[in-house]
Design a protein around this ligand. Structure first.
Ligand code: AQP
Length: 330
């Protein structure tokens, strides 16, 4: 099994990213042959960003992943832009990706609708770059949150199209979406997923938030009418908090409901805040140790890029050759 996943260095990572993606990476790092994780800085330039801060954001994200328990001795961990095969393969794959398929991508529709400035064509191409990230390593399994399902479906389609047109080259990857925590919702607007770009910052809990801020956000979380701590379609706020508490305490959602039967929403929200603070505390402490040493972070990412390129280089060269590009091989 070969595992690959990427995470953007946009802003600060939030609890949804942590539960839906980062914790999966840590759990899976020994299970891949190899497991490959990437800070996808090329994806993040598809929306407005500050070039002066870009490298800092990569270090922030890398340090969060290392603090969470990713071990570069046990997996390959690198920065996307250090391995140019990702961009080359994007162009090759774009030639067999239909415009119509990209037009159907909900993330593009939502993000382009929100954007006030011009919409970059990189945002439209985002799913092709993601397909290239995955296919360049002949990945078999992609751990992601639920919001990335459509992009993985597209990567599967692109691999199939390529293999049919040019001969067996790429592996058609599967996704791994966790049963609990695949879609953590915004605390203020629990009908929408927790997101970096949400309108109300009070709805997003960041991995590096101070305990007081975490407590405030959970205590002011939108709850629903009624008073029972149970999951229900008309109780998205409480359902979300039950899921978060089950995940961070390693319990089940049924158990959380049983534990809080008969208790008030206020007490329940306080308990969720406390559990999340304790869950994130060791990550925050480790982050404070790791983040200042940018030279060490560069060394980790550089060593990872060399290992990643050793895998992607021959695979992308094979795709190029099969497409009739460059000199005859052999
Ligand atoms: N709310 C979420 N619940 C569970 N998993 C989530 N992921 C994102 N949001 C949730 C998963 O996190 C991984 C990394 O996503 P990303 O690199 O796209 O990071 P981001 O830009 O910070 O993610 P956002 O918050 O989703 O950004 P915006 O605001 O741009 O929409 C992915 O595996 C994703 O599924």
């Amino acid at each position: 099994m070969r595992i690959f996943s990427g995470i953007q260095p946009t802003g600060k990572k939030h609890l949804g990213n942590y539960i839906g993606a980062i914790s999966q990476y840590v759990d899976l790092q020994d299970q891949g042959d190899p497991s490959i994780f990437c800070v996808v800085d090329l994806h993040s330039i598809s929306v407005a960003y500050d070039p002066k801060e870009q490298r800092e954001r990569v270090y922030d994200t890398a340090a969060i992943l290392l603090a969470a328990g990713l071990d570069p001795e046990r997996c390959i961990f690198f920065r996307q832009s250090d391995v140019p095969e990702h961009t080359e393969l994007t162009w090759l794959l774009s030639s067999i990706t239909s415009h119509g398929d990209l037009n159907r991508m909900t993330q593009f529709k939502e993000k382009s609708a929100k954007q006030r400035e011009r919409v970059a064509s990189a945002l439209f191409f985002y799913p092709v770059l993601m397909a290239a990230d995955i296919l360049a390593y002949r990945t078999t399994l992609v751990p992601v949150g639920d919001d990335q399902r459509q992009h993985i479906e597209l990567a599967r389609q692109v691999a199939t199209n390529f293999n049919q047109r040019y001969g067996e080259t790429f592996v058609v990857p599967d996704w791994r979406i966790p049963e609990v925590g695949a879609r953590i919702m915004d605390l203020k607007n629990p009908e929408s997923k927790m997101s970096t770009t949400s309108e109300n910052p009070a709805g997003t809990v960041y991995v590096l938030d101070e305990p007081k801020a975490i407590e405030k956000k959970f205590k002011s979380a939108t709850t629903d009418s009624g008073s029972e701590v149970v999951r229900a379609p008309d109780k998205p706020g409480i359902s979300n908090l039950v899921e978060i508490l089950a995940f961070v305490t390693g319990s089940t959602m049924d158990q959380v409901e049983a534990d809080f039967a008969g208790q008030q929403y206020g007490a329940f929200k306080g308990a969720v805040a406390e559990a999340v603070i304790e869950y994130l505390r060791p990550v925050q402490e480790k982050y404070a140790e790791i983040r200042p040493d940018e030279a060490a972070l560069e060394a980790v990412l550089g060593a990872g890029a060399a290992k990643a390129q050793a895998i992607a280089g021959p695979i992308v060269a094979e795709a190029r050759d099969k497409m009739g590009l460059g000199p005859t091989v052999g």
